[in-house]
Design a protein around this ligand. Structure first.
Ligand code: HEC
Ligand code: HEC
Length: 391
């Protein structure tokens, strides 16, 4: 039986485009295209948007086990998710991801006792095409794994091997270990993998890339009896359509630069936030000209940092340890609450309810910056918060 949560999620899918009473400015939405797309790229964007919002039912291939019915149901309005959309990663039978829902006839997974569990709030999906277009060498130039410069901050790349079914002409899937730059621990190097596994793991939908259904190993009940839709349930073209969409999704435009925000920017740098939240990185070449050779104001180094025991999940992912997290971009924060009914959920599991709380929970390599922030005058603190909150 679908749970009330299931139907609530379905309602979100159909309601998100009605969140505004009047039409918002182009820079205020989380689901607008980047500037400069060709008419063909714009048409692909519109079709991919439709696929991203498409809710699956059992008759369309949903399940047998799954987490939610569409991409948009978890990535609210293409932005960050809510605690009810948190995914659980764990080690043990049924891992690495808990599918806690099932279609009729199938059995949802349960967490084995004692498993190391990592809750992951859905990150925004805007700007991922720009992130993808930043050359590995640009990110690696920021890495300082052994902290050779002695500043207490050692950004580390998560080297991952893309699965063999990712075509090697996809950015991030070239032969050899690749720099992981997607998901909370940077454990994924290609967007095609991220999208294909989202269908497969999160929605229970097979594709040309992953044609064998994900089933519950904790039960002997045959999954085929529940999901009778022939595999693959979607063609490679659907994956590529969603890929074209998220690749060309623009990050929201930052707010106007007031004198207070300019001061906030200076303090942000002086207390050391910018060591990890690097304000701007340049993209390299791209098959989409609008993404190529341009600055990306993401406020991230896309590297892993030890954030201390308070934020640790004690569950390694790729070469990321149980205390490491990838620096998340600080963008879209200006409009975050507009899309979450006035709420805010920050950090990897959504535990922080405001930007200030997120900063004060920083530890490990960020302890120094956190303490310098906490020691600021109230006026300087407000300026930093106003600056970040305007990104
Ligand atoms: C059940 C909720 C859920 C659903 C459904 C879902 N996602 Fe996600 N998504 C997440 C979570 C959680 C993460 C972070 C995972 C992690 O860190 O391990 C994520 C990460 C991502 C990322 C990486 C973003 C970044 O910057 O690192 C992309 C891109 C993405 N999802 C796209 C999609 C697409 C496309 C779909 C639909 C095919 C989809 N997601 C469906 C929860 C979901
Ligand atoms: C050592 C690197 C590092 C430094 C220095 C640092 N951060 Fe972070 N920041 C991170 C990482 C990594 C996370 C994600 C932690 C998590 O998800 O548990 C994060 C998360 C955040 C978030 C939440 C973003 C979100 O989307 O959830 C905000 C806001 C933030 N940092 C602001 C700041 C500010 C302001 C400073 C300076 C006072 C600062 N950070 C210093 C690495 C750093």
């Amino acid at each position: 039986m679908p749970t009330p949560r299931f139907w609530a999620a379905l309602a979100v899918v159909t309601a998100c485009s009605d969140a505004f009473t009047s039409s918002p400015d182009p820079g205020d939405v989380l689901d607008g295209p980047i500037d400069g797309l060709t008419p063909d790229e714009l048409a692909a964007f519109v079709e991919g948007d439709r696929q991203f919002g498409r809710p699956f039912a059992p008759a369309d291939g949903l399940g047998p086990i799954f987490n939610n019915v569409s991409c948009a149901a978890c990535h609210s309005a293409d932005g960050r998710g809510r605690p009810e959309n948190v995914l659980f990663r764990f080690n043990g039978l049924g891992g690495p991801q808990l599918q806690d829902r099932a279609i009729p006839g199938a059995v949802p997974e349960i967490l084995p006792a004692g498993a190391a569990v990592s809750g992951r709030l859905p990150p925004p999906v805007f700007g991922v095409g720009l992130i993808e277009a930043i050359p590995e060498a640009t990110i690696l130039a920021l890495a300082d794994s052994l902290d050779a410069d002695g500043d207490g901050i050692s950004g580390r790349p998560n080297w991952v091997t893309p699965p063999p079914w990712v075509p090697s002409d996809e950015p991030g899937a070239e032969p050899g270990p690749r720099l992981g730059r997607f998901s909370r621990k940077g454990q994924v190097s290609t967007l095609l993998q991220q999208v294909t596994e989202a269908y497969h793991q999160d929605i229970g939908v097979t594709s040309d890339f992953l044609p064998v259904e994900n089933t519950n190993p904790q039960t002997s009940r045959a999954a085929e009896a529940a999901d009778r839709v022939p595999d693959p349930e979607i063609p490679a073209a659907t994956i590529r359509s969603v890929l074209a969409y998220i690749r060309t999704l623009a990050p929201p435009a930052p707010g106007a630069d007031t004198p207070e925000r300019q001061r906030g920017r200076v303090v942000f740098h002086s207390v050391g936030c910018a060591s990890c939240h690097v304000p701007v990185l340049m993209t390299g070449p791209s098959s989409i000209p609008a993404l190529a050779n341009r600055p990306v104001y993401l406020y991230s180094d896309l590297l892993l940092h030890d954030m201390g025991s308070g934020l640790a999940d004690d569950r390694p992912d790729g070469s990321a340890s149980g205390v490491e997290w990838k620096t998340p971009p600080l963008w879209g924060l200006r409009v975050m609450r507009d899309f979450l009914n006035g709420d805010a959920f920050l950090l990897h599991d959504g535990r922080a309810r405001s930007i200030e709380e997120a900063i004060l929970l920083h530890g490990g390599e960020a302890q120094g910056a956190r303490d310098r922030f906490a020691a600021l005058t109230p006026a300087d603190r407000t300026a930093v918060l106003d600056f970040i909150g305007s990104r």
